[in-house]
Design a protein around this ligand. Structure first.
Ligand code: NDP
Length: 287
């Protein structure tokens, strides 16, 4: 195996450390303890694990954490009312609605997320924040793609002038990744399920981002020798077995650097959320 393995925990620790220092500064200089409210509706076990993890990380870093548990029977209007309350609550700087929502209100996800004050939208999904990202004045950026960029920076991997290819065009990963890489002066191609000759395109990538949700889909022959491979995919192929979108062992023979799954990009997301809570608090006080 020749590639350098980019372990998420190393970068997550650095991101959290810098968030912790910022939290200290906000406390000392502005008497402000940043606060995050996470709303969880219903009892999805995976969501419960994610929310616990976010709560624990907040506590580690000195961020106030409020978990708002609402029953699966919660109506759209009840949820909107709760968001309005949190929008008005000065002790809360970041609001996050854990997805997916229960089936009964799932269709209203967009309206519900759009109710969050853009200055408190720590997931970076609000159209105002999406618009800012696209026009080049990013404020709150979706955590997973932002974490990938932070990792490349921390690992000293040059983006400027590189050819980047992203597989996947979702609002959560692919599209924000396009704008973040372009802002760093990469030349970016975004592929999706209608892309013809995918392997031909991916083989041009100096930086290849796989975010499609297809286990081990990206094989070694789709990767240029020496490329940096970022695997965002998380696929459960057995009750206790997670794999990425990249065929890791074979890809590691040809890439210069690669993120593992599990243990790669997934660990950066919560760290970036903490960073976004700090950024949101600063934006709100104009610091
Ligand atoms: P979506 O399902 O929303 O998007 C998948 C994208 O992949 C779509 O744009 C789709 O194309 C494209 N795609 C699917 N099949 C192919 C194919 N055969 N060839 C080319 N493109 C294809 O997924 P997400 O972006 O939400 O998530 C992607 C992966 O990342 C998942 O495994 C998810 O679990 C993981 N993830 C991990 C996170 C983390 O680490 N914290 C956070 C978010 C996601 P089209 O648009 O044409 O349908």
């Amino acid at each position: 195996m020749s590639a350098k393995i980019l372990y998420g925990k190393d970068f997550a620790a650095q991101i959290k450390e810098s968030a912790r220092a910022e939290v200290e500064k906000l406390k000392n200089n502005f008497n402000l303890t940043p606060g995050l409210a996470v709303i969880i509706v219903g009892e999805n076990p995976a969501s419960q694990v994610y929310v616990r993890n976010k709560h624990k990380t907040c506590e580690e870093l000195g961020i106030k954490s409020e978990v708002v548990e609402m029953p699966a029977s919660t109506s759209k209007d009840e949820l909107l009312k709760k968001i309005d309350e949190l929008n008005a609550d000065k002790s809360i700087n970041g609001i996050l609605v854990q997805l997916p929502l229960p089936d009964a209100i799932k269709n209203h996800s967009e309206e519900i997320l759009n109710r969050i004050d853009p200055l408190k939208d720590v997931d970076g999904f609000h159209p105002v924040n999406v618009g800012k990202l696209v026009t080049g004045s990013p404020a709150l950026v979706p955590c997973t793609p932002a974490g990938c960029i932070e990792m490349l920076d921390l690992a000293g991997i040059e983006i400027d002038g590189k050819r980047a290819v992203i597989i996947g065009r979702s609002n959560i990963v692919g599209k924000p990744m396009l704008h973040l890489l372009m802002a760093k002066n990469a030349t970016v191609t975004v592929c999706h399920s209608h892309t013809k000759n995918l392997a031909e395109v991916t083989r041009e990538a100096d930086i290849l981002v796989a975010a499609m949700g297809k286990p081990k889909f990206v094989t070694a022959d789709m990767i240029k020798a020496g490329a940096v491979v970022i695997d965002v995919g998380i696929n459960r192929i057995a009750p206790k077995k997670l794999v990425g979108d990249v065929d890791f062992d074979a890809a590691a023979e040809i890439a210069s650097a690669i993120t593992p799954v599990p243990g790669g990009v997934g660990l950066l997301t919560v760290a970036m959320l903490m960073k976004n809570v700090v950024t949101a608090a600063k934006l709100q006080i104009g610091a």
